[in-house]
Design a protein around this ligand. Structure first.
Ligand code: G6P
Length: 626
C-alpha cells in the first residue's frame, strides 16, 4: 500500500525510480509520480494509473537530476487523479515530498496553514505535510539568511529542526521522503508506522519502502525505526531520533536475490508463487525438526522452556489470509498441545479489552510484518506485559523487530497480492508450534515422531497437489461466469473453505463465501441454485460422512458441487459434478494440500475473467493504514 523510492548519487535518478516503482507495484496502488531535484529546481511528473502510464508520460515530460523520489499511491484522501498523486510540493517550491500512511489531523492543520497563507490545492492529507514542512522552514529562514551558507558546522541543522517541528504536529502514520529547494544535495526520510529502508551503495544511496527495489543495486540495507529521521546525501547517512538525537545506524545484509523478484517463465507472480510451494513448505521446516526429541526447534522464540511451559492461553492475531492460517493453527494447537487458543482479528483485538491470564502469549501472524492493525494489536498486548511473538515472512520488518521473538517463514518475497505460499508456510509453522507445545506437555514421543514423519513427507504431497492444475483450469472454465460461489468444509477444513473463498473473491471479483459445511443450512443454503457452485473440501477424516450429507443437501437443491477429495475417495466422487484430487494426508495437513487446488481454481477463474491477478483492483499487499 503506497510505495516510496528515492535515489541520490551520481547517475540520473529516474532509472532507479522507475525500476523501483515497478518492483513496488505489488503493494497495491492506483497512481504514481516522480520528482527529480537538479540544483533546487524540481521536475515532477505524475499520473493516475499504472507505472507504465507514468513511463509513457515521462516521454513528453521527462525529469532530470541525480536526486529523486518516486511514489505509488493507494488513494485514501481524495480519488486517484493526476493532481492527488504524489509528490506534493509545499510553499514556494520549498519542499517536494512523498508519503505513505495517513495524517489523521490533516483537516485542523489545513486550516491553520491557510491562515498563514499556505493553501492546499488537493484533497490529500499529504499536501498538508508538504506545506507544514515549508512553513516551518520559511519561519526559520525568513530572516534572509541563505540556509546554504548558514551554518558551516552543521549545514543541515535548520533543516532537521524545521522537519522535526513539523513532524511533531502530525497525528497518524507516515513514511516520508523529501527533497528541498534550498538544500539540493540531500534527501530526508522519516518514519512513524510506515516502513522505510535505506540501501547503501558506493557513492549513492537508495530509499525504499522495502528491500525489493534494492535488489541488483546493493545488498546493504539500513532499516529506519519509528521516530527516526535520516539525512541522506550521496556519501553519508545520519539518523536522528526524535528523543535521543543522533543514534547512528546499523547496516544489515539484504537476503533477497534477483530470481526471487523476477517472474522467470511464469506469466504471473501468483502462479510462480503457487508453484514454489513444495520448496517453501520445506524451507519453513528446515532445521526445525528434532528427531532425537520428537519435537520442533526454534532459534528465536526468546522465551525460556519454563516460560513456554507455563503458557496457559495463546492468542493468535492476524488479518486476511494470515487470519485463516491462525484458525488452522487453533485446531492444531488445541489437538496436539491442549492449550486454549483464541484467534482474533487484529483490527478487533487492538480495541477490545479481553480478560487475559498473566500467562497468555500473543502470536502475531503476518506475511509482510507491516500490517498496521496487526502491529497495533501486538503493541497493545506488549504494553499489557504479555510476551509477543511474530510469525512473519519479511525479515527485518516492523513486526518482526518489535516482537519479543518469533519465527520466520523463509518463503522468499511474496509479490502476488493474493497470498498463497505464505499461507501454506504459516500453516507449516503452526504445525511445528503445535508439535513443540504438545511435546512440552502431554504429547508422547511416538505421537511427536508420527507428526515429524508426516511433515517430512509434506513437500512431496504439496508437489502432488500441484498436479491438480489442469483440473482446476478445466473447472474454472466451466464455472467462471457464475457470480456466486460457496466454499464449505468442516474442522481443519473450515479455515480452508474461508481461504478458498477469499482467494476467489480477491482476484476474480466473484462473490464467494466460506462456511463451516453444517452451518450452510442456517442461511447460505437459500442462495443455492444451478448457478451457484459449492466447493466442498471433503478429504476423508473424522467428519467425512457428515460433509457427504451436506453435499447431498446441496445436490437435492440443484446446486453444482465441486469436491476436493483425496485420492482414495469413493463416496464424494459419486455425488460431485466435478472432482479435484489431493494426496492422502493426516487431517492436520489437509488445509495445506487442499489450499493449492483452491488457489489454482481462483487463479484460472480470474484469468478467464480478464482480471489482473497480481494487482487486483482496490487491494494492497501490505496494508499500512487502519
Ligand atoms: C492484505 C493482503 C492479504 C493479506 C493481508 C494480511 O489484505 O492483500 O493477502 O493476507 O493483507 O497481510 P499480512 O502481511 O499481515 O499477512
Amino acid at each position: 500500500m503506497c510505495g516510496i523510492v528515492g535515489y541520490i548519487g551520481s547517475y540520473q535518478a529516474i532509472d532507479f525510480l522507475i525500476e523501483g516503482l515497478h518492483r513496488l507495484e505489488y503493494r497495491g496502488y492506483d497512481s504514481s509520480g516522480v520528482v527529480a531535484n537538479e540544483g533546487g529546481t524540481y521536475s515532477i511528473t505524475k499520473t493516475a494509473g499504472r507505472v507504465n502510464d507514468l513511463v509513457e508520460r515521462l516521454k513528453t515530460q521527462p525529469v532530470r537530476g541525480s536526486i529523486g523520489l518516486g511514489h505509488t499511491r493507494w488513494a485514501t484522501h481524495g480519488p486517484a487523479t493526476d493532481a492527488n498523486a504524489h509528490p506534493h510540493v509545499g510553499g514556494d517550491d520549498v519542499v517536494a515530498l512523498v508519503h505513505n500512511g495517513v495524517i489523521e489531523n490533516f483537516r485542523e492543520l489545513k486550516l491553520q496553514l491557510a491562515e498563514k497563507g499556505y493553501y492546499c490545492k488537493t484533497a490529500t492529507d499529504t499536501e498538508v505535510v508538504a506545506h507544514l514542512v515549508a512553513s516551518e522552514l520559511d519561519a526559520r529562514t525568513a530572516s534572509g539568511d541563505q540556509p546554504k551558507a548558514a551554518i558551516e558546522a552543521d549545514k543541515y541543522a535548520v533543516l532537521v529542526e524545521a522537519i522535526q517541528a513539523a513532524l511533531a504536529q502530525l497525528r497518524g502514520t507516515y513514511g516520508l521522503a523529501m527533497v528541498f529547494r534550498d538544500w539540493p544535495d540531500v534527501i530526508v526520510a522519516a518514519r512513524l508506522g510506515s516502513p522505510l529502508v535505506i540501501g547503501v551503495g558506493e557513492g549513492e544511496h537508495f530509499i525504499a519502502s522495502d528491500g525489493s527495489p534494492l535488489v541488483g543495486h546493493t545488498n546493504r540495507i539500513v532499516y529506519l525505526a519509528d521516530h527516526e529521521l535520516a539525512v541522506v546525501t550521496s556519501h553519508a547517512i545520519r539518523v536522528i531520533h526524535r528523543d535521543n538525537g543522533d543514534v547512528g545506524h546499523h547496516v544489515k545484509q539484504l537476503d533477497i536475490d534477483t530470481t526471487q523478484v523476477e517472474l522467470g517463465d511464469f506469466p504471473h507472480y501468483m502462479l510462480k508463487e503457487i508453484f514454489e510451494q513444495p520448496e517453501t513448505v520445506q524451507a519453513a521446516m528446515r532445521g526445525r525438526l528434532n528427531r532425537d526429541e520428537a519435537t520442533a526447534v526454534f532459534g528465536g522464540l526468546n522465551l525460556t522452556p519454563q516460560q513456554l511451559r507455563s503458557i496457559d492461553r495463546i492468542v493468535l492475531t492476524a488479518c486476511g489470509t494470515s487470519w485463516h492460517s491462525a484458525l488452522v493453527g487453533e485446531y492444531m494447537i488445541e489437538s496436539f498441545a491442549r492449550i486454549p487458543v483464541e484467534v482474533e482479528y487484529a483490527s478487533e483485538l487492538r480495541y477490545r479489552n479481553p480478560p487475559m491470564t498473566p500467562q497468555t502469549v500473543l502470536f502475531a501472524i503476518t506475511q509482510s510484518g507491516e500490517t498496521i492493525d496487526t502491529l497495533a494489536a501486538l503493541r497493545e498486548m506488549k504494553r499489557k506485559g504479555h510476551p509477543t511473538l511474530a510469525i512473519c515472512n519479511v525479515v527485518g520488518s516492523t513486526i518482526a523487530r518489535e516482537a519479543d521473538g518469533g519465527i520466520y517463514l523463509h518463503a522468499g518475497p511474496e509479490i502476488g497480492v493474493a497470498s498463497t505460499k505464505a499461507f501454506t508456510s504459516q500453516c507449516v509453522v503452526m504445525a511445528l508450534l503445535a508439535l513443540y507445545f504438545g511435546r512440552l506437555r502431554d504429547l508422547s514421543f511416538e505421537a511427536g515422531m508420527r507428526i515429524i514423519d508426516e511433515l517430512a513427507l509434506l513437500p512431496r504431497h504439496v508437489a502432488e497437489s500441484l498436479e491438480s492444475n489442469r483440473d482446476a483450469r478445466r473447472i474454472a472454465a466451466k464455472y467462471a461466469s457464475c457470480n456466486n460461489f460457496l466454499y464449505l468444509g468442516r474442522q481443519f477444513n473450515f479455515p480452508t473453505a474461508l481461504e478458498g473463498a477469499l482467494k476467489l473473491k480477491e482476484i476474480s471479483y466473484i462473490h464467494a463465501e466460506g462456511y463451516p459445511a453444517a452451518e450452510m443450512k442456517h442461511g447460505p443454503i437459500a442462495l443455492v441454485d444451478e448457478n451457484t457452485p459449492s466447493v466442498f473440501i471433503v478429504p476423508q477424516g473424522g467428519v467425512y460422512s457428515k460433509v457427504i450429507s451436506n453435499m447431498e443437501e446441496i445436490k437435492a437443491r440443484g446446486g453444482p458441487v465441486i469436491a476436493i477429495v483425496d485420492k482414495e475417495d469413493s463416496q464424494a466422487v459419486e455425488l460431485a459434478d466435478e472432482v479435484i484430487h489431493i494426496p492422502v494426508v493426516p487431517e492436520f495437513l489437509q488445509p495445506i494440500v487442499a489450499a493449492i487446488p483452491l488457489q489454482l481454481l481462483a487463479y484460472h477463474a480470474a484469468i478467464l475473467r480478464g482480471c489482473d491477478v497480481d494487482k487486483p483492483r482496490n487491494l494492497a499487499k501490505s496494508v499500512t493504514v487502519e
